[in-house]
Design a protein around this ligand. Structure first.
Ligand code: S3P
Length: 429
């Protein structure tokens, strides 16, 4: 088990983060959507981290040819996806498992999706149930809710489905199944969750329309999609750790370059702005997504905030946001965030226990927590196998020093995290 000791920062810093990890959600989709295309998909800046390499390896097991040209990869799909001769390992990646469930449900063959011990304990019925209702044959442990999952792919019926949860993973799984169904399907969620799937598939020629009442209409594919030609932007969820770093160290400045500015992805920066941080967004181009730079400046004092809306837009950033809340003036509250309990760890209890260990006053609710801003003290924090918990408390270490145990999980999404952090402070690895 690897550990890291982060030393307190000595003075305000000013860094230009132009090597933030590539976007994880978009990279997963590049690997998967290439399978639905004919021709050569050219993907620059694909995220080479454990989660997304798992998706790419699965694409290879299904027959895709992948050529690595260093700065970009080329993916060529087979004419027909092949039945793999082994299990498909999603590692720690919920996105890989849930989206492949949707994609493989409509493909002839037998597929077994598995993952690490954390992923095998996460609920899969949120995709398996709606998929079963349209004819998919999916089984697994605990009455089909837990991986390993077995999928016997076959014919799927068109559907109309109003999702009880705002989840891009559920939406994407259903859209991928709808592309193979026997008619036009309709999908609706309460709050638009991250919409990379719709944007990218439309860009590849899929007939997907989002109506003004929120219903998404998906026509089945009649021919393969056009190949992708994309440079994956940087991941705003990864960049957010450094946004919080500068927000909590008065006088510090950070520039996060070439990041997706998709509104479903930058909400946490807006919350940090409401807390008083000085934040500017500069849009530069639009390729499938708006892309640009984010500038963050730390101020003398952050103020407390209440967060109970747009939770799907904040779900990955709430652990890092909790660090800013823990130094803000007043009592911050997070509500309606029960989904945090089924992420890479139960993030409500991981955040609450870890903040308590650092001497911060926290109250736990079933669907969130309240944090009274105070002063961090150095502690030894376990990551709970959750990359975002590990990185959040490494950032808190800038204030008081911190020891983080079990840091291997950081490689699932942000392998060069400590390299960037070492531009700000001393780290013992
Ligand atoms: C993701 C969607 C989100 C997010 C996850 C990546 C995606 O999960 O937490 O890290 O790429 O679709 P949910 O859709 O389950 O909320």
């Amino acid at each position: 088990m690897k550990r890291a000791v982060v030393k307190p920062v000595k003075s305000p810093f000013d860094i230009d983060c132009n090597d933030i990890a590539s976007d994880k959600s978009i990279s997963h989709r590049c690997a998967m959507f290439s399978l639905l295309s004919s021709g050569v998909n050219r993907i620059e800046n694909f995220l080479r981290a454990e989660d997304t390499l798992a998706s790419l390896n699965i694409a290879k097991s299904l027959g895709a040819k992948v050529k690595d040209n260093g700065s970009y990869i080329e993916i060529t799909a087979p004419q027909e996806l092949k039945e793999p001769d082994d299990v498909l390992d999603c590692g720690n990646a919920g996105t890989a498992m849930r989206l492949y469930c949707g994609l493989l449900s409509g493909i002839d063959g037998s597929f077994v999706l598995t993952g690490d011990k954390y992923l095998r304990s996460r609920p899969m019925n949120r995709v398996a149930k709606p998929l079963r209702s349209i004819g998919a044959k999916i089984d697994g442990r605990e009455f089909g809710n837990k991986a390993p999952l077995h999928i016997r792919g076959g014919k799927l019926k068109a559907f109309e489905y109003e999702s009880p949860i705002d989840s891009a993973q559920v939406k994407s799984a259903m859209i991928l199944s709808a592309l193979q169904a026997d008619g036009i399907s309709r999908y609706k969620e309460n709050l638009l969750s991250r919409d990379h799937t719709e944007r990218m598939l439309k860009g590849m020629g899929a007939e997907i329309v989002t109506n003004s009442d929120g219903w998404i209409e998906i026509k089945p594919l009649t021919k393969p999609l056009s190949p992708l030609d994309i440079r994956v932007p940087s991941d705003p969820s990864s960049g957010f750790f450094f946004a919080v770093a500068s927000a909590i160290i008065p006088g510090s400045k950070v520039k996060i370059s070439a990041v997706t500015l998709n509104p479903t992805r930058v909400e946490a920066y807006k919350v940090l702005q409401n807390m008083g941080a000085d934040i500017e967004f500069v849009e530069k181009e639009n390729i499938y997504e708006p892309i640009g730079d984010i500038y963050i400046k730390g101020v003398d004092k952050l103020k407390a905030v209440e967060v109970s809306q747009n939770i799907a837009w904040l779900i990955d950033e709430l652990p890092a946001l909790s660090i800013a809340m823990a130094v803000a003036e007043g009592r911050s509250v997070v509500k309606n965030a029960k989904e945090l309990r089924v992420k890479e760890s139960d993030r409500i209890s991981s955040v609450v226990n870890s903040l308590k260990a650092c001497g911060i006053e926290v109250e736990e609710f079933e669907d969130g927590y309240a944090i009274r801003g105070g002063k961090f003290k150095r502690a030894t924090i376990n990551s709970y196998g959750d990359h975002r918990v590990a990185m959040s408390f490494a950032i808190a270490g800038l204030l008081s020093g911190m020891e983080i145990e079990d840091i291997e999980c950081i490689d699932t999404s942000f392998p060069n995290f400590f390299e960037i952090l070492s531009q700000i402070t001393e780290i013992e690895l």
